[in-house]
Every structure is written in C-alpha cells, then in structure tokens.
Ligand binder design. Structure first.
Ligand SMILES: C[S@@+](CC[C@H](N)C(=O)[O-])C[C@H]1O[C@@H](n2cnc3c(N)ncnc32)[C@H](O)[C@@H]1O
Length: 349
C-alpha cells in the first residue's frame, strides 16, 4: 500500500512537471527563491574548507535548488567537484536536465541513493520530505552516504507546534486558494489539494526527531515568513566508539571529557539553537540546561530521554557545580537563574 501511495505521488509530479516552476513561484509570491538562497548560503557557512567533493540534491525536481547551490557556491568562493540531482520523476528530471545541462542526474528514489558510503559532503532536500513515504529508511540512507560531519539541509513546509493567526491564514491559503490556482494552471488539481493535506501530516517535531534518531545533530533551525517555510541544518555526528562507551562505564577520572562527548553526541548545538543565552557557558552546565529544558519542556522528547540517560550515568556528580555556574553567569536571564537556584536547593536537600 505504501508503495502504491509513493508511486501515485511520483506520477502526480510527472503530471504537473511542465508547469511546476511557474506555479511554484506564483503560489509562494516569489518567496521560495529567497528561502532557497538563504538556506544554501547559511549551510555553506558551516563548510570549513575551500572545497567540497560532492553535493547531492535529493528530490531535486526541476532543479531549482541546484541552481541556488551553483549561485551561492560561486558567491562564497567554495569550489566543488560534483553537484548531482536525484529524483524518481522522469518528467520533473526532464525539466531539470534542460536547465542544468552540465549536471548529472539520477532517476532514483531517496531510499536508494546511487552513492558509496561516506562520500557525500552535503545533501539537500527542498520540499521533498513530505512526499517521501518511508522517511525512516531515507534518513538511514542519508546517514549512510554522508561523510562524517557531512551536512543535511532540509527545507520544508511543516505544521507548527502552536497554531497562531498566521498559521490559520496560511491554512486557508493553502487549502482554499492554492487548489484554485492549481486548477487554472495545471491539469492536476488534486496535486494542489495534496499540498495542504501533506503539510497537516508533517509536524516540525517529526523532522527534528528524524534527525536525532538517525545520527544527525541539529545545528540550525529557522522559520521564514512567520513559519511558512522552515530550514533545518544538521550535521552527521560521529557515534561513540566502543572505547568511549567503556570509558563512560568507568567514569571516575575523565568526567568532563566524557560529558563533552556525550553532550556533543546528543546534540549540544540543539540547546544553543533554543537557548542563545547559554551560548558561552562552560559545557558542564549543559547538564543544567538539560534539566531546565526538561522542566520547561523545550527539549524534544527523544532528546530528553538521551539526556536523562547521560545524566543517570553521572548521577549528581557535577550537577551542583554546573548549577552554580548558571547561577553566577552574567549571560543567563534571571528567570533561568531562579530555576537553577530552585534545582540546586532540591539537589542539596
Ligand atoms: C515539491 S517537489 C520539490 C522539488 C524541488 N526540490 C524543489 O525544491 O522545487 C517534490 C519532489 O519530490 C520528488 N519525490 C517524490 N517522492 C520521492 C521519493 N520517494 N524520493 C525522492 N524524491 C521523491 C517528486 O518527484 C518531486 O520532484
């Protein structure tokens, strides 16, 4: 059944391919071009070298994202060997090939990428995740082909956690206005009805936990135009080696190093994304951050589980020390200090 559903989605894109580019810029009021260029240039800020080997745009469709990559790469002065596009829709690829004559394309689904393990520097997926049915398999595949520290860039329309005024307007626009546009300019009206329902089915949280559960550390999360489009930039993290695990099991002497390792493994940058005011604090206080995040329900549940596992290993070893760091830091807002004080009291009592 899932494979039928997936095939239907792909043939729907075959149907709308010829008008895709113009309808796309129309319905987003030209904003999608800006979202693409901002996201690609932000991603390139994470590239430390002056050259990368391979960038793969998955669900590349008509190649819009690849055009953006080329532009931003040349602006940033970062050189590259290969820019590949992958998409299972023959008709979408036909448009892309016309546009980007020198690039190489593969007619593949995202769960079957034609690349060796650990060979890709950057994967981008723009407005494609929603259309992929077996998301878990695809994230595994991303992890397989990306190099260590390789970057995964996702652009997507997702359902926000809280439905505010803008979301309501967006909902009306997507569900009532876009299908009319679709009917006027494309032979497949259902495709544009599908846009609305697929957004409803994909909460922001889902992408965050897919990243977390498949070995990616979320480094950057931004919503454009009041949450209409979201950008997720994450990095393939290195998993703990057997030696690391052994040293965690022992943990008596090298506590700090191990905390550092564990926290970078569970996504230290995710904290920073959420809690800018914690940016400059010693790594030790991340434990406190985790506790505060837990209390304030800011952290994702999967992350919270990992953090509490990490904390269990250390029991209350460094906790009060870390709490004191927060309490005495100039960088922390007073409301968080108050929480830290309360927590310290509950630990020491
Ligand atoms: C909304 S379009 C986005 C195209 C392009 N990335 C862009 O930003 O304009 C979604 C694309 O996902 C592709 N797609 C659908 N199912 C897929 C799958 N399982 N794996 C990879 N791509 C898929 C479709 O063929 C279509 O080209």
């Amino acid at each position: 059944l899932n494979s039928d559903k997936q095939s239907n989605i792909i043939s729907m894109f075959d149907d709308i391919a010829s008008g895709y580019d113009s309808i796309n810029s129309w319905i987003s009021f030209g904003m999608e071009k800006i979202w693409r260029s901002k996201s690609t240039s932000l991603t390139l800020e994470y590239i430390k070298n002056s050259k990368v080997d391979t960038i793969v745009d998955v669900a590349c469709g008509t190649g819009k994202m690849m055009v953006s990559w080329k532009k931003e790469l040349s602006k940033s002065g970062i050189d590259y060997d290969n820019l590949y596009g992958v998409d299972p829709s023959t008709q979408m690829l036909k448009v892309a090939k016309n546009k980007l004559k020198e690039s190489k394309f593969y007619e593949n689904r995202a769960d079957n990428l034609p690349f060796e393990d650990n060979t890709v520097d950057i994967i981008s997926v723009a407005y494609g995740i929603r259309n992929i049915i077996d998301k878990e398999d695809v994230f595994k595949e991303f992890n397989r082909v990306l190099k260590k520290d390789g970057i995964l860039l996702i652009l997507e329309f997702v359902q926000n956690n809280k439905i505010g005024f803008i979301d309501k307007v967006k909902g009306i626009y997507i569900k009532n206005v876009i299908p009319v546009f679709g009917k006027l300019f494309s032979k497949n009206k259902d495709a544009f009805v599908y846009l609305g329902t697929s957004i409803d089915e994909l909460p922001k949280q889902k992408i965050i936990s897919l990243c977390n559960n498949h070995g990616f550390e979320l480094m950057y999360l931004k919503s454009f135009n009041f949450g209409v489009s979201h950008t997720f930039i994450s990095k393939k993290r290195s998993s703990l080696s057997d030696n690391d695990k052994k040293s965690i099991a022992k943990t008596t002497t090298k506590k700090e190093i191990t905390i550092d390792k564990i926290l970078s493994n569970v996504g230290y940058s995710l904290f920073i994304t959420h809690f800018n005011d914690f940016k400059d604090i010693d790594i030790k206080s991340s434990l406190v951050m985790s506790k505060i995040l837990k209390k304030t329900k800011y952290a994702e549940s999967s992350l919270r589980t990992k953090i509490s596992n990490a904390r269990r290993i250390f029991k209350n070893g460094l906790e009060s020390e870390a709490l004191n760091l927060v309490i005495h830091s100039k960088k922390v807002e007073s409301k968080h200090k108050t929480k830290a004080k309360k927590l310290l009291k509950s630990i020491t009592n």
